[in-house]
Design a protein around this ligand. Structure first.
Ligand SMILES: [Zn+2]
Length: 99
């Protein structure tokens, strides 16, 4: 008689972390990011607006690369108007350049 002791599966890591989770850190970073976006002045935005719009026109993930600008545009209708005007201008010049 042979005894084959087959364990049905040795899975599961008894590794419990009761400290700071990733979720908490991410939440904190999001709060921080939001605070900075609201903190951004319109002057700050204008300084980077043409770069932002250029990326937007070239489909280079402007909102991802410059999330603060993106958020400020959401919050501030003045800057949003300016952004849309600049976007229209750049798209026109791009169409003329590429034909
Ligand atoms: Zn603004």
């Amino acid at each position: 008689m042979t005894h084959t002791n087959t364990t049905p599966g040795n899975q599961g890591n008894p590794e419990s972390q009761g400290s700071l989770t990733d979720e908490v850190v991410v939440k904190f970073l999001q709060v921080l990011e939001r605070a900075r976006a609201e903190d951004m002045s319109c002057d700050d935005l204008f300084a980077s607006l043409d770069e932002f719009v250029e990326r937007e026109v070239n489909k280079k993930d402007a909102a991802k690369l410059m999330p603060l600008i993106d958020e400020h545009l959401d919050l501030c209708s003045d800057c949003c108007d300016e952004y849309e005007a600049l976007l229209a201008v750049l798209e026109n010049t791009k169409n003329e350049a590429t034909g």
